[in-house]
Ligand binder design. Structure first.
Ligand SMILES: [Zn+2]
Length: 117
């Protein structure tokens, strides 16, 4: 019985770490990921200031407001996903303040989970 248990344990341990390593290596070696994050740093500084200014002017979650509730907005969300489009990204008519819950709901609904910015 002991021998059988050992075999089973060894087999699953041998398979799983290999899969994880392969996944990680794949991400690390992708040049696209590096370029994107370097580019985002410039965006992030400007975006951070812009979103704070927006949240001061629009402090409430618009989705909660439409449900008749009052919740503080913590995320500036793009109503139309910008998908890297600068014009959509910086167009304030395309912004809305959301609480974390509503932002999570919206992100989960959008395929691919692009809503990290
Ligand atoms: Zn909300």
């Amino acid at each position: 019985m002991n021998a059988l248990e050992q075999t089973t344990t060894n087999a699953s341990v041998a398979v799983r770490p290999k899969t994880f390593t392969e996944l990680r290596e794949g991400q690390r070696h992708s040049p696209v990921v590096t370029r994107d994050s370097a580019c985002e740093r410039g965006y992030n500084y400007r975006w951070r200031k812009a979103r704070i200014a927006y949240l001061i002017k629009n402090p409430l979650c618009v989705e909660c407001a439409s449900e008749g509730r009052t919740e503080q907005a913590v995320v500036v969300d793009h109503i139309i996903p910008h998908k890297g489009n600068r014009e959509l990204f910086w167009n304030k008519n395309n912004w809305q303040g959301l609480c974390k819950r509503h932002h999570d709901i919206k992100t989960a609904k959008q395929d691919g989970g692009f809503g990290r910015v």
